[in-house]
Design a binder for this molecule. Structure first.
Ligand SMILES: Nc1ncc2ncn(CCCCCNC(=O)c3cc(-c4ccc(F)cc4)cc(O)c3O)c2n1
Ligand SMILES: [Mg+2]
Length: 214
């Protein structure tokens, strides 16, 4: 029930997941989207790759572009060290409203700041709005044709420092060919592809991890 897919996902979380237990929220969404209706969460397989990078980097300041229902925001926030913060950006107010409730149900709201609006508008304001110097880790999971322009914008706005890491979902499916060409061809990035599958399917997809060299 619920008129939109995100609303049905939220209903399932409230029905099945334990309040305050981020893992149970993640598992509930994965179960629902694998067995009831597909949704564009990073999912369990690619999520494990994302987890390993978050644990390795231990980011103090992290940015996610494209919140959707908050699945990856919950996954990431549950792994963040104390007094770290995930800023997650969502364009669609309906998705943002659902994500806030999913994030709250998981009990990670004090590690997550959800901002609403297009990345192109927000990126130039981030430093001032959040007293940031740079992001340690950025997860790109929004419009695939925004990956490249937004990466260039983050460079221009001084939001990346030597060692900042970009993690991009869906570089194969739906694909971000211009972004891949850029990070793999640029001397300013050290890029690595983690082969996986499109969430809840056997279709090939993967995650690209790119270290900004300054
Ligand atoms: N600029 C800006 N700023 C801020 C924003 N916040 C949200 N957005 C818009 C994001 C809209 C959703 C983005 N995500 C995807 O489109 C996506 C799609 C698939 C997929 C779909 C169908 C298939 F058959 C196969 C694969 C799978 C994935 O894992 C995906 O992540 C923003 N944009
Ligand atoms: Mg994705």
């Amino acid at each position: 029930y619920g008129s939109t897919r995100p609303e049905r996902i939220l209903a399932e979380v409230k029905r099945k997941a334990t309040r305050g237990d981020a893992r149970s929220v993640v598992d509930t969404i994965d179960q629902y989207c694998r067995h009831q209706e597909w949704a564009m969460n990073v999912g369990d397989e690619k999520g494990t790759i994302l987890d390993s990078i978050v644990c390795e980097v231990k980011p103090r300041a992290m940015l996610e572009l494209g919140t959707y229902c908050g699945y990856s925001a919950v996954r990431i926030a549950s792994l963040l060290p104390p007094n770290s913060r995930l800023i997650t950006m969502e364009f669609n107010p309906v998705f943002a409203a659902i994500a806030r409730q999913v994030i709250a149900w998981a009990g990670v709201e004090d590690k997550v700041v959800l901002i609403e609006g297009p990345s192109g508008d927000w990126i130039p304001k981030m430093k001032k709005e959040f007293g940031l110097t740079s992001f340690d880790l950025v997860f790109l999971d929004h419009w695939k044709d925004c990956y490249l322009p937004d990466t260039k914008l983050m460079e221009e706005c001084g939001l990346l420092r030597t060692g900042s890491i970009l993690v991009a979902d869906n570089v194969i499916c739906p694909g971000a060919p211009d972004y891949l060409e850029y990070v793999r061809g640029s001397p300013r990035y050290e890029s690595k592809y983690f082969r996986s599958h499109l969430e809840y399917t056997t279709v090939e997809d993967g995650i690209e991890k790119s270290v900004f060299l300054g």
